[in-house]
Design a protein around this ligand. Structure first.
Ligand code: HEC
Length: 247
């Protein structure tokens, strides 16, 4: 009997010891898994920063096991197919500061919304030219179209050079309206109707400030240089766009 008491006492000691060892090793494993280095908060912040810096490409999405979304495909398409416009400098801030307040708002929106899939340079250094007819005051679409068509007809007589080289100027009565709508209908485009209208107003006004009149010669030189540089940097894409008359 005494031996069983002894054994019982031994068992209690052993059990306590085992429990202690288990508890210590469990704690060690847990801590090691939670925080290998640094504070847990710092770790979390570092990870989310890395996530934010990682380009959100279709490849990255597929690595995670998901299919790239339609929006990601659209962005990839925009980035993989460059235009001469993309080589332009984004520095037109100083000029835009002199524009009426309403148009300055549109400029800010170009930099926010149109930069979602490609550089804001793509619209800012585009050859597109739509006549400005005090658009913000002309509410009636039919009336606006009439005024713009008349302006195009007038330019054809007074400034035939605007219609001679499509890589410098592509002048049409509603070209910015069409393109803003086209971009707006692309998958994943985050732009409200009101924002699109402000962007359109800016692009029309701006193209009449920087591309014609006193600025016509410098604009022509600027576009020629963009297309020339583009041809050197992207010879194949240049050929492709030239064939499509989309330089
Ligand atoms: C959802 C992605 C997306 C957004 C947002 C977007 N674009 Fe685009 N953009 C594209 C793609 C893709 C192309 C390539 C040509 C095409 O598909 O029309 C392009 C091409 C262009 C071109 C070149 C067209 C040419 O033939 O010379 C212009 C100009 C342009 N975008 C203007 C804009 C403007 C202005 C905005 C903002 C109102 C905008 N984009 C917003 C995806 C986008």
């Amino acid at each position: 009997m005494s031996s069983s008491w002894k054994n019982a006492k031994f068992d209690v000691v052993t059990m306590r010891w085992l429990a202690f060892v288990l508890a210590v090793s469990a704690a060690t494993i847990c801590c090691a898994a939670d925080a290998p280095a640094g504070k847990p908060d710092e770790q979390a912040a570092a990870t989310s920063e890395k996530e934010a810096a990682r380009p959100r490409s279709p490849a990255a999405a597929s690595e995670k096991g998901g299919k790239p979304s339609a929006a990601e495909i659209e962005k990839q398409k925009a980035l993989q197919n460059p235009y001469p416009n993309d080589l332009g400098s984004g520095e037109i801030d100083a000029l835009v500061k002199g524009y009426p307040k309403d148009f300055q708002e549109g400029y800010k929106l170009v930099n926010a919304r149109c930069a979602q899939c490609h550089l804001p340079q793509r619209p800012l250094h585009s050859r597109f030219l739509e006549p400005y007819v005090g658009d913000e005051k002309v509410k009636d679409a039919a009336q606006r179209k009439k005024l713009k068509d008349a302006k195009i007809a007038e330019w054809k007589k007074s400034n035939p050079e605007l219609f001679e080289d499509l890589t410098v100027w592509q002048a049409e009565g509603n070209i910015w309206e069409r393109y803003v709508k086209r971009m707006m209908s692309k998958p994943g485009c985050k732009m409200t109707k009101d924002e699109a209208r402000k962007i359109w107003l800016f692009l029309v006004y701006d193209s009449n400030q920087r591309k014609i009149g006193k600025s016509a010669d410098s604009w022509k030189a600027h576009r020629k240089k963009l297309v020339e540089d583009f041809k050197k940097q992207y010879p194949e894409r240049y050929e492709e766009l030239e064939k499509q008359k989309d330089l």
